[in-house]
Design a protein around this ligand. Structure first.
Ligand code: NAD
Ligand code: IPM
Ligand code: MN
Length: 348
């Protein structure tokens, strides 16, 4: 038995995770995959009612009792500072040391791509985003708050260990997937100290993988070329903040945030899988959110758990729905969240 912790979260996280679970239950039965699911209600609702974000002992429980975590999305306008989101999602990323955020960029059908003359073979790369440091550590402070002299600092933390392990992960990923190139992206022309650390570490780690071509782009140029020449990319490795930003752009190449899947990986421990999108409050509870990002995320999770066949089966069912325009309106269809899932189930 493998037990999966399911955390729907807020907004459309709840809508898409509900549908994703229908798909997971189906493949679990069909393939006798031996999965069990335990749901947790960590969310804005719980925070507002009970004052609890990530409950005490949660990280140990996840580490010890679960094979993987399936997450929806988090963020709610009733919690303006998103305190609960920081505690729950970033709390798990940091606390479980989920250092490699793996975001595959796969175009399922050319009609989903906003680029002219797009072909599926030209949009097929993966962004490996550092996930435990950089601008996300919330270091800094404020002085003379609320006065005309207010000063705010927001610091980034980059460690040799943190940079080295995520770069090594990117090369290992490239090798495992038969990809020939790793592109590291930073802003080392301006952010000299962190940039120098990333540059030297990239050179050192790259030297251990002579069969893989190493390349570098400043992140501003990366965004340009991801649009103009997406076929140039195979594996991109970058820091936490740049990775966040470029993967929304990359999601657009796939048809939008509704199509983008991700895994927050700790190679030696429990990992967390979530769609790239957020809680999209205006769409919540309206049966309009695209469930495909979440469902493709479940396929990533299954593959991670060694269940490649059910994973491929899910991906091909989603591809059939896309081809037949059995989709939500964000990618041009006329169906609701539930009806898209019904269609996916019909192909399983
Ligand atoms: P968002 O991803 O929720 O939405 C961005 C845009 O994409 C919106 O136009 C939305 O309608 C659309 N969209 C996203 N997912 C979609 C789907 N499945 N189907 C159809 N359309 C979809 O980002 P945002 O609006 O910047 O943030 C909303 C809240 O979500 C914020 O609180 C933010 O902090 C949070 N957030 C959470 C996560 C996460 O949990 N991993 C990720 C991003 C944002
Ligand atoms: C993402 C999200 C998160 C991030 C937010 C919700 C903290 O945008 O997973 O891409 O910035 O990492
Ligand atoms: Mn993001």
């Amino acid at each position: 038995m493998k037990t999966i912790a399911v955390i729907p979260g807020d907004g459309i996280g709840v809508d898409v995770t509900r549908e994703c679970m229908r798909v997971l239950h189906r493949v679990n039965d069909t393939f006798s995959a031996g999965l069990e699911f335990t749901e947790f209600d960590w969310s804005a609702d719980k925070y507002l009612q009970e004052g609890v974000t990530l409950p005490a002992g949660a990280l140990d429980m996840l580490r010890n009792d679960f094979a993987a975590i399936l997450f929806g999305a988090i963020g709610d306008p009733r919690v303006p500072d998103n305190r609960h989101a920081a505690d729950i999602l970033l709390g798990m990323r940091f606390g479980l040391d989920l250092y490699a955020n793996v975001r595959p960029v796969v175009l399922m059908h050319e009609k989903l791509c906003p680029l002219k003359n797009a072909a599926v073979e030209n949009v097929n790369f993966t962004v490996i985003r550092e996930n435990t440091e950089g601008a996300y550590v919330n270091a800094g402070g404020v002085f003379k708050k609320g006065t005309a002299d207010e000063i705010a600092t927001q610091e980034e933390i980059h460690t040799r260990k943190g940079v080295e392990r995520v770069i090594a992960y990117a090369y290992e990923y490239a090798q495992a997937k038969g990809r020939g190139q790793v592109c590291m992206s930073d802003k080392s022309n301006v952010m000299r100290f962190a940039g120098d650390l990333w540059q030297r570490t990239f050179k050192d780690v790259g030297a251990r993988y002579p069969g893989i071509r190493s390349s570098h782009l400043y992140v501003d140029a990366l965004t340009l070329l991801m649009v103009l020449k997406p076929a140039d990319f195979e594996v991109i490795v970058t820091n936490n903040m740049f990775g966040d930003i470029v993967t929304d752009l990359a999601a657009a190449l796939q048809g939008g945030l509704g199509m983008a899947a991700s895994g927050n990986i700790n190679p030696g421990g429990v990992s967390l899988f979530e769609p790239v999108h957020g809680s999209a409050p205006p769409l919540a509870g309206r049966n309009v959110a695209n469930p495909m990002g979440s469902i493709l995320t479940a396929a990533m999770m299954l593959e991670h758990l060694g269940l490649a066949e059910p994973a491929r089966t899910i991906e091909s069912a989603v591809a059939k729905c896309v081809a037949a325009d059995q989709t939500t309106s964000d990618i041009g269809g006329k169906l609701g969240t539930r009806e898209v899932t019904d269609a996916i189930l019909s192909y399983l």
